[in-house]
Design a binder for this molecule. Sequence first.
Ligand SMILES: Nc1nc2c(ncn2[C@@H]2O[C@H](COP(=O)(O)OP(=O)(O)OP(=O)(O)O)[C@@H](O)[C@H]2O)c(=O)[nH]1
Ligand SMILES: [Mg+2]
Length: 362
Amino acid sequence: MAKSFGLVGLPNAGKSTIFNALTAAGAKVEAYPFCTIEPHRGIASVPDERLDALHRLFPEKKKVPTAIEVVDIAGLVKGASQGEGLGNQFLAEIRGVDAVIHVVRCFPDPEIPHPTGDIDPRRDIEIVETELFLKDLETLERRKARIEKLAKTGDKVAREELSLIEHLIDGIGKGIPIRRMGLKPEELALLKDLKPLTAKPVLYVANTGDEGENEYTQAVAELARENGAGYVVIRGRLEAEIAEAAETEEERRAYLAEWGLSESALVRLVRAAYELLDLVTFYTIEGPEVRAWTVPRGTVAPDAGAEIHTDFRDRFVLAEVVPWRELVEAGSDKALREAGKWRRVGHDYEVQDGDVIHFICA
Ligand SMILES: Nc1nc2c(ncn2[C@@H]2O[C@H](COP(=O)(O)OP(=O)(O)OP(=O)(O)O)[C@@H](O)[C@H]2O)c(=O)[nH]1
Ligand SMILES: [Mg+2]
């Protein structure tokens, strides 16, 4: 399934611009706060040079890249949780995402108003993170009120959940995001339905002007290091314009190269996000398709197969595996087979990033 990312940030930080750069989907972008009043969802297919190289060996097949889903919401302002601005109500929209992309304004432009008057990444980030904390508090308090009675009657599950929720409320009160509370898998499982926002991994996007890195992006980089968050610099407006102007991936690359950029924002963001989420990509060449798939690192072959077909897990017999580069260097599947390079692996095999996998099922 496509991984999904929710964009948060102050009004005019450039969320819709980044959304456009990523999806080239044309969400409305205007120079006044709150132009995004409906959450926007977009799908972007992930450019992948390894997939391209594999596809050149099988040009008659269809190339199917992986995709990400991006959700753009309205800007958050201080006091959103008390009803300021429009942001708070939209936070619920990003409950379901796999990671939060926090867009931080790093472009100075007197024409574009800043909600607090001037750019200050550290303060700006804090305002937004405070709103995420407050949203989580609201969610947790509501849940607490609901299960307190049940816990009093001695219900064991409710008591466990209640004590976890009290622990989380306490941590948030101290300014610790849930993702940094070191929760055990069984505790995380209890939060499955609540989906608290600060439990999600965060990637900071320093949205900067055409000229690239500056003192503000430096500040974001520093904070990302301190907070254990991912970090990418994106020249949002420039990339959005290029994404919209370019008709093909080649054309896009050519425009980017003119600005000294070797890779698009999408490629860099996806790489950073996959790293943050600890995902690996594998490839299949089956039937009419050359296709990329994404799974968590450490996924064993039968579970990877289940991405393709749920019943592959039970029907799994063995898999043939080869690193993508070996297949590309061999020049064809036939040459690779003759060289005996396909490796046979069993149920315990952990899929490696860049594997080409052929599943053999009963
Ligand atoms: N100069 C400059 N302007 C930019 C850049 N990125 C975005 N902008 C402009 O800033 C304004 C706000 O950008 P949006 O993408 O709409 O901001 P937003 O975060 O979606 O704002 P809300 O939806 O109101 O929360 C637009 O006029 C953009 O064109 C940039 O890199 N440089
Ligand atoms: Mg917007």
